[in-house]
Design a protein around this ligand. Structure first.
Ligand code: ZN
Length: 262
Protein backbone atom coordinates (compact mmCIF):
# COMPACT_ATOMS: atom_id res chain seq x y z
CA UNK A 1 0.00 0.00 0.00
CA UNK A 2 1.24 3.44 -0.90
CA UNK A 3 1.21 5.87 2.00
CA UNK A 4 -0.14 9.10 0.57
CA UNK A 5 0.32 12.48 2.19
CA UNK A 6 -3.18 12.51 3.69
CA UNK A 7 -2.63 9.15 5.37
CA UNK A 8 0.79 10.28 6.52
CA UNK A 9 -0.65 13.42 8.09
CA UNK A 10 -3.27 11.31 9.88
CA UNK A 11 -0.57 9.00 11.23
CA UNK A 12 1.37 12.02 12.46
CA UNK A 13 -1.84 13.33 14.09
CA UNK A 14 -2.27 9.96 15.86
CA UNK A 15 1.32 10.11 17.11
CA UNK A 16 0.74 13.67 18.31
CA UNK A 17 -2.46 12.62 20.10
CA UNK A 18 -0.49 9.85 21.83
CA UNK A 19 2.02 12.39 23.05
CA UNK A 20 -0.86 14.35 24.60
CA UNK A 21 -1.98 11.44 26.80
CA UNK A 22 -0.83 12.18 30.35
CA UNK A 23 2.22 10.18 31.45
CA UNK A 24 0.18 8.70 34.30
CA UNK A 25 -2.08 7.01 31.75
CA UNK A 26 0.76 5.91 29.49
CA UNK A 27 2.80 4.43 32.29
CA UNK A 28 1.03 1.17 32.99
CA UNK A 29 -1.65 -1.07 31.72
CA UNK A 30 -2.60 0.35 28.33
CA UNK A 31 -4.22 -1.90 25.75
CA UNK A 32 -3.38 -0.63 22.29
CA UNK A 33 -5.69 -2.08 19.68
CA UNK A 34 -5.65 -1.61 15.91
CA UNK A 35 -8.93 -2.22 14.15
CA UNK A 36 -12.02 -3.95 15.51
CA UNK A 37 -12.70 -7.65 15.74
CA UNK A 38 -16.19 -7.21 14.29
CA UNK A 39 -14.76 -5.74 11.07
CA UNK A 40 -12.29 -8.64 10.85
CA UNK A 41 -15.08 -11.17 11.45
CA UNK A 42 -17.03 -9.55 8.61
CA UNK A 43 -14.09 -9.86 6.24
CA UNK A 44 -12.29 -6.50 6.22
CA UNK A 45 -8.79 -7.95 5.82
CA UNK A 46 -7.06 -5.01 4.12
CA UNK A 47 -3.91 -4.02 5.96
CA UNK A 48 -4.59 -0.39 6.65
CA UNK A 49 -2.35 0.30 9.65
CA UNK A 50 1.44 0.06 9.88
CA UNK A 51 2.97 -2.82 11.82
CA UNK A 52 5.36 -0.57 13.74
CA UNK A 53 2.33 0.57 15.77
CA UNK A 54 2.44 -2.80 17.53
CA UNK A 55 6.19 -3.26 17.36
CA UNK A 56 6.97 -1.57 20.66
CA UNK A 57 9.88 -2.36 22.93
CA UNK A 58 9.00 -5.15 25.38
CA UNK A 59 5.56 -5.43 23.76
CA UNK A 60 3.42 -8.56 23.87
CA UNK A 61 0.56 -8.96 21.48
CA UNK A 62 -1.44 -10.89 18.92
CA UNK A 63 -3.31 -10.24 15.70
CA UNK A 64 -3.20 -10.96 12.01
CA UNK A 65 -1.77 -9.52 8.78
CA UNK A 66 -2.92 -8.00 5.50
CA UNK A 67 -5.31 -10.38 3.63
CA UNK A 68 -5.57 -12.44 6.90
CA UNK A 69 -2.20 -13.93 5.95
CA UNK A 70 -1.27 -15.85 9.11
CA UNK A 71 -1.35 -15.47 12.89
CA UNK A 72 0.60 -12.73 14.63
CA UNK A 73 2.50 -12.91 17.91
CA UNK A 74 4.48 -10.11 19.49
CA UNK A 75 6.99 -11.32 22.08
CA UNK A 76 9.40 -8.91 23.77
CA UNK A 77 8.82 -6.39 20.99
CA UNK A 78 9.52 -8.84 18.16
CA UNK A 79 6.68 -9.52 15.68
CA UNK A 80 6.35 -13.10 14.39
CA UNK A 81 4.05 -14.50 11.72
CA UNK A 82 2.89 -18.11 11.77
CA UNK A 83 1.97 -18.77 8.15
CA UNK A 84 -0.60 -21.28 6.93
CA UNK A 85 2.19 -23.75 6.05
CA UNK A 86 3.23 -23.69 9.73
CA UNK A 87 6.47 -21.81 9.07
CA UNK A 88 7.37 -18.90 11.34
CA UNK A 89 8.96 -15.73 10.03
CA UNK A 90 9.54 -12.16 11.06
CA UNK A 91 7.49 -9.95 8.73
CA UNK A 92 9.10 -6.88 7.27
CA UNK A 93 8.69 -3.64 9.19
CA UNK A 94 6.57 -2.06 6.45
CA UNK A 95 3.85 -4.74 6.73
CA UNK A 96 0.34 -3.36 7.08
CA UNK A 97 -2.20 -5.00 9.36
CA UNK A 98 -5.99 -5.05 9.82
CA UNK A 99 -6.23 -6.14 13.50
CA UNK A 100 -3.85 -6.46 16.45
CA UNK A 101 -3.63 -5.93 20.21
CA UNK A 102 -0.46 -5.10 22.09
CA UNK A 103 0.57 -4.09 25.58
CA UNK A 104 3.55 -4.35 27.92
CA UNK A 105 4.14 -6.13 31.22
CA UNK A 106 5.41 -3.00 32.90
CA UNK A 107 3.77 -3.56 36.30
CA UNK A 108 2.43 -7.11 36.35
CA UNK A 109 -0.32 -7.70 38.93
CA UNK A 110 0.42 -11.43 38.95
CA UNK A 111 3.87 -13.00 38.53
CA UNK A 112 3.98 -16.55 39.84
CA UNK A 113 4.51 -20.21 39.08
CA UNK A 114 1.46 -22.12 37.88
CA UNK A 115 0.79 -25.83 37.82
CA UNK A 116 -0.96 -28.14 35.42
CA UNK A 117 -4.10 -27.44 33.41
CA UNK A 118 -5.34 -30.43 31.40
CA UNK A 119 -7.18 -28.41 28.76
CA UNK A 120 -7.75 -24.91 27.43
CA UNK A 121 -11.05 -24.78 29.36
CA UNK A 122 -9.23 -25.74 32.57
CA UNK A 123 -6.55 -23.11 31.97
CA UNK A 124 -9.26 -20.47 31.40
CA UNK A 125 -10.89 -21.46 34.71
CA UNK A 126 -7.53 -21.21 36.47
CA UNK A 127 -6.81 -17.81 34.89
CA UNK A 128 -10.27 -16.45 35.76
CA UNK A 129 -9.50 -17.16 39.41
CA UNK A 130 -6.14 -15.35 39.10
CA UNK A 131 -7.35 -12.22 37.28
CA UNK A 132 -7.52 -9.32 39.74
CA UNK A 133 -10.85 -8.27 38.16
CA UNK A 134 -13.01 -9.64 35.35
CA UNK A 135 -14.15 -6.12 34.48
CA UNK A 136 -10.93 -4.99 32.74
CA UNK A 137 -9.05 -6.35 29.77
CA UNK A 138 -5.83 -8.11 30.79
CA UNK A 139 -2.61 -9.14 29.10
CA UNK A 140 -1.57 -12.67 30.05
CA UNK A 141 1.85 -14.16 29.31
CA UNK A 142 2.70 -17.78 30.18
CA UNK A 143 6.18 -19.20 29.72
CA UNK A 144 5.54 -22.88 30.05
CA UNK A 145 6.03 -26.52 29.32
CA UNK A 146 3.08 -28.07 27.54
CA UNK A 147 2.25 -31.78 27.26
CA UNK A 148 0.11 -30.98 24.23
CA UNK A 149 -0.43 -27.98 21.99
CA UNK A 150 -2.82 -27.66 19.03
CA UNK A 151 -2.78 -24.45 17.01
CA UNK A 152 -4.04 -23.17 13.71
CA UNK A 153 -3.23 -20.62 11.07
CA UNK A 154 -5.23 -19.29 8.14
CA UNK A 155 -4.37 -18.67 4.47
CA UNK A 156 -4.18 -15.28 2.75
CA UNK A 157 -7.54 -14.30 1.28
CA UNK A 158 -8.46 -12.65 -1.99
CA UNK A 159 -11.23 -10.17 -2.70
CA UNK A 160 -14.14 -10.44 -2.45
CA UNK A 161 -13.15 -11.53 1.04
CA UNK A 162 -15.13 -14.33 2.69
CA UNK A 163 -16.14 -13.88 6.36
CA UNK A 164 -13.83 -15.14 9.09
CA UNK A 165 -16.28 -17.95 9.90
CA UNK A 166 -16.07 -19.13 6.27
CA UNK A 167 -12.24 -18.94 6.27
CA UNK A 168 -11.98 -20.94 9.49
CA UNK A 169 -14.51 -23.53 8.27
CA UNK A 170 -12.85 -24.04 4.89
CA UNK A 171 -9.27 -22.88 4.99
CA UNK A 172 -7.75 -23.11 8.45
CA UNK A 173 -4.77 -25.42 8.86
CA UNK A 174 -4.50 -27.24 12.20
CA UNK A 175 -1.10 -28.06 13.70
CA UNK A 176 -0.83 -30.90 16.25
CA UNK A 177 2.43 -29.76 17.81
CA UNK A 178 2.62 -32.35 20.62
CA UNK A 179 4.77 -31.54 23.66
CA UNK A 180 6.25 -28.05 23.47
CA UNK A 181 8.09 -25.45 25.49
CA UNK A 182 7.17 -21.88 24.68
CA UNK A 183 5.20 -18.71 25.24
CA UNK A 184 1.49 -18.07 25.32
CA UNK A 185 0.44 -14.48 24.71
CA UNK A 186 -3.21 -13.99 25.56
CA UNK A 187 -5.74 -11.27 26.16
CA UNK A 188 -8.80 -11.48 28.34
CA UNK A 189 -11.64 -9.06 27.55
CA UNK A 190 -14.88 -8.58 29.48
CA UNK A 191 -18.15 -9.22 27.62
CA UNK A 192 -18.66 -5.45 27.38
CA UNK A 193 -15.87 -5.45 24.76
CA UNK A 194 -17.89 -7.65 22.36
CA UNK A 195 -17.68 -6.27 18.84
CA UNK A 196 -14.50 -4.36 19.50
CA UNK A 197 -12.50 -7.37 20.68
CA UNK A 198 -13.00 -11.03 21.61
CA UNK A 199 -14.91 -11.45 24.90
CA UNK A 200 -13.21 -14.01 27.14
CA UNK A 201 -9.74 -15.41 26.42
CA UNK A 202 -7.81 -15.34 23.14
CA UNK A 203 -4.56 -17.36 23.16
CA UNK A 204 -1.70 -17.37 20.66
CA UNK A 205 1.42 -19.58 21.11
CA UNK A 206 4.99 -19.61 19.85
CA UNK A 207 7.45 -22.32 20.83
CA UNK A 208 10.89 -21.73 22.33
CA UNK A 209 12.64 -22.58 19.05
CA UNK A 210 10.45 -19.93 17.37
CA UNK A 211 9.57 -22.34 14.58
CA UNK A 212 5.99 -23.38 15.42
CA UNK A 213 2.85 -21.87 16.91
CA UNK A 214 -0.36 -20.07 15.98
CA UNK A 215 -3.84 -19.40 17.35
CA UNK A 216 -4.40 -21.91 20.18
CA UNK A 217 -7.23 -24.41 19.72
CA UNK A 218 -6.33 -26.83 22.56
CA UNK A 219 -3.53 -27.37 25.01
CA UNK A 220 -2.38 -29.18 28.13
CA UNK A 221 -0.13 -27.16 30.42
CA UNK A 222 2.41 -29.03 32.52
CA UNK A 223 3.79 -26.05 34.43
CA UNK A 224 5.01 -22.54 33.85
CA UNK A 225 5.26 -18.97 34.99
CA UNK A 226 2.25 -16.72 34.70
CA UNK A 227 2.24 -12.95 34.34
CA UNK A 228 -0.93 -10.88 34.26
CA UNK A 229 -1.14 -7.17 33.60
CA UNK A 230 -4.52 -5.56 34.22
CA UNK A 231 -5.18 -2.98 31.51
CA UNK A 232 -6.91 0.10 32.87
CA UNK A 233 -6.53 2.19 29.73
CA UNK A 234 -7.74 1.33 26.23
CA UNK A 235 -6.55 2.98 23.03
CA UNK A 236 -8.41 1.99 19.90
CA UNK A 237 -6.78 2.99 16.61
CA UNK A 238 -9.13 2.71 13.64
CA UNK A 239 -8.11 2.50 9.96
CA UNK A 240 -7.93 5.83 8.09
CA UNK A 241 -10.89 7.12 6.07
CA UNK A 242 -9.09 6.13 2.85
CA UNK A 243 -9.30 2.44 3.82
CA UNK A 244 -11.84 -0.29 3.00
CA UNK A 245 -12.97 -0.14 6.64
CA UNK A 246 -14.54 3.28 6.04
CA UNK A 247 -16.79 2.11 3.20
CA UNK A 248 -17.74 -1.33 4.61
CA UNK A 249 -21.23 -2.04 5.92
CA UNK A 250 -20.41 -3.03 9.48
CA UNK A 251 -23.71 -2.10 11.09
CA UNK A 252 -25.62 -5.11 12.45
CA UNK A 253 -29.04 -5.80 10.87
CA UNK A 254 -30.60 -5.16 14.26
CA UNK A 255 -29.45 -2.14 16.21
CA UNK A 256 -28.23 -2.93 19.73
CA UNK A 257 -30.69 -2.09 22.53
CA UNK A 258 -30.50 1.50 23.62
CA UNK A 259 -29.78 2.48 27.18
CA UNK A 260 -33.08 2.50 29.02
CA UNK A 261 -34.36 6.00 29.66
CA UNK A 262 -32.43 7.46 26.76
ZN1 ZN B 1 -6.18 -15.64 17.25
Amino acid sequence: MIINSRLLSRLIATATALALIPASLQATGRLIQLGTLSSLVQGVYDGSMPMDTVQRPEGFGLGTFEHLDGEMLVIDGVVYRVAVDGKVNKPSADSMIPFACVSVLDDADVNEEIGAAASKAELEKLLKAKLPSLNYPSLIVIEGEFDMMTTRSVPAQQKPYPTLVEVVAEGQKVFELGAQKGTIVAFYCPSSFAGLNAPGFHFHFLNEARDAGGHVLELALKNGTLQIQTLTSYQLILPPLESAFAGSDLEPAEAPAKVQGE
